[in-house]
Design a protein around this ligand. Structure first.
Ligand SMILES: [Zn+2]
Length: 401
């Protein structure tokens, strides 16, 4: 009969060790645009202290990396067994413009919470993983544990996307993956997808007296915005619908418009940025393509009728695929049993790397980690100490020993 993860005996207790590690992790400013290498150096040192090898997968500029480390039976080399995967992103959102009462990159402890950038999202979870991995007894582990740490999740799952190819090769060698985003340690089995797009319209800046003869990039952009509104109304009324979500349909949010100089000049350009949030059975690519076709088809043709010196350009800025796994899936049940979860698995409104790991690499995945999403990305971000303690206990009781 399998029991929890076997640990080596040690002097200190796990909980205070976890807080020490969390303090170090919060101390690295890993805001998405910055390097995460110092943090990974620390992680590698911690893992190698317990004889665990790890590999870095670098970005093209060699400034950031993903880290993969496996420990346990059959975990030799790149083709080895992977067992249970613990996955987290190392980057955090910026603190610019936020009114913090404490240094965001220094851990502050009260009687009940740990405060600091990333404590909830998701360095608290990483600290729990590292505490266990730095003490795990390799010999007595019956199923391998793999740690995956990524970069630039907060700007569109950039690092995880670079890992998908490798993750696909883990088929048959992996049981499932826990993405430790802050869910209050509830088991999450689905979320919407999210893509950011930009459409740029270009014309000729001229005297407004000539406006009737010229294409207008701002009104062209307005036409596309109007089309987004019509599509939204269709999604709301006709669907597709997915009642597992509080808002059970897809939506295009027009989030930014910029164009023109002043009323007496025909504008030279206009840029529209929008975010699509799609339910799992409604293709985000399809919605973006429909809007793009309208912009580069009908709208561009209308501009061309007045001048050849026009341009409409569409760009995709980010992509966080939707996620949905069968709540009855064997791996979901495995995690729920380890947690002692009584409630039904949940669907949440925020995106994670689970859509790539399950949707693109077919590794059974749940999202489950300490802290609340409402505590993430804010000034004075915090995680409850009770949640960290419970997470430590949860990871440790996974029946792998
Ligand atoms: Zn996160």
């Amino acid at each position: 009969m399998a029991s929890g993860i076997p640990l080596r005996p040690s002097d200190g207790d796990l909980y205070s060790r976890m807080l020490e590690i969390l303090e170090r992790l919060v101390g690295f400013d890993t805001t998405s645009h910055r390097s995460n290498i110092e943090l990974l150096d620390y992680v590698q040192e911690l893992l190698s202290g317990n004889g665990i090898e790890s590999r870095l997968h670098w970005n093209d500029e060699h400034t950031k990396a993903n880290l993969v480390a496996t420990v346990g039976p059959g975990a030799d080399g790149a083709d080895g067994e992977r067992g249970i995967v613990w996955s987290a992103h190392t980057d955090v959102v910026p603190v610019d413009g936020q009114a913090w009462d404490t240094d965001p990159f220094a851990l502050t402890l009260t009687d009940t919470v740990a405060i600091g950038r990333g404590t909830a999202d998701m360095k608290g979870f990483i600290a729990c993983c590292l505490t266990i991995l730095s003490r795990v007894d390799h010999e007595r582990l019956t199923v391998p544990v793999t740690l995956v740490l990524t970069y630039e999740e907060e700007v569109g799952c950039v690092g995880a996307r670079r890992l998908v190819e490798e993750l696909r090769g883990w088929e048959g060698k992996v049981r499932g993956c826990i993405v430790g985003e802050p869910t209050g340690l509830k088991v999450v089995v689905g979320h919407k997808g999210k893509q950011n797009h930009r459409i740029s319209f270009k014309g000729e800046p001229k005297h407004a007296a000539l406006a009737p003869l010229l294409p207008n990039p701002i009104t062209a952009a307005a036409a596309v915005i109007g089309r987004a509104d019509i599509l939204n109304e269709t999604f709301r009324v006709q669907g597709p619908h997915d009642d597992r979500f509080a808002i059970g349909h897809s939506w295009i949010n027009v989030g930014r418009v910029e164009g023109g100089v002043k009323p007496n000049i025909v504008p030279e350009d206009c840029v529209v940025e929008f975010e699509i949030r799609n339910i799992p059975d409604h293709s985000c690519d399809g919605i973006a393509a429909e809007l793009g076709r309208f912009a580069t088809g009908e709208v561009l043709a209308g501009m061309r009728a007045k001048s050849d010196a026009v341009e409409v350009r569409t760009e995709q800025l980010t992509d966080t695929p939707s996620f949905a796994i069968d709540p009855e899936h064997e791996f979901v049940t495995f995690v729920r049993e380890a947690l002692g979860a009584k409630e039904d698995p949940e669907f949440v409104p925020f995106g994670t790397e689970a859509g790539l790991i399950w949707g693109h690499a077919r590794i059974p995945t749940v999202v489950c980690g300490p802290g609340a999403i409402t505590e993430a990305h804010t000034a004075n971000e915090f995680v409850a100490l009770a949640q960290l303690e419970q997470c430590l206990h949860f990871l440790r009781s996974l029946p792998l020993g």
